[in-house]
Write a new protein. Structure first.
Length: 75
């Protein structure tokens, strides 16, 4: 059950970031520059999310703050 929840959250975050990229018509490299983090770090986060594993809460909150969007929320 825990793995399914983690996988669902990871996929939702991954898809939200991809939607953000498509909406803004920017590349992953441009997003990394905007976030002021290395491209390899952002790419690693995306690969981890794509595999169905969550990145740290600290990193999720960082992305939410910089992108000004909600990636995860609890009801």
């Amino acid at each position: 059950m825990k793995n399914k929840i983690e996988k669902d959250i990871a996929y939702k975050i991954y898809n939200s970031i991809l939607e953000y990229l498509n909406k803004r018509k920017i590349s992953v490299r441009e997003l990394a520059n905007f976030l002021e983090i290395p491209y390899t770090t952002l790419f690693t986060w995306l690969e981890t999310l794509k595999k169905g594993k969550c990145i740290s809460i600290k990193n999720i909150l960082f992305l939410e703050e910089k992108l000004n969007m909600k990636l995860i929320f609890f009801v």
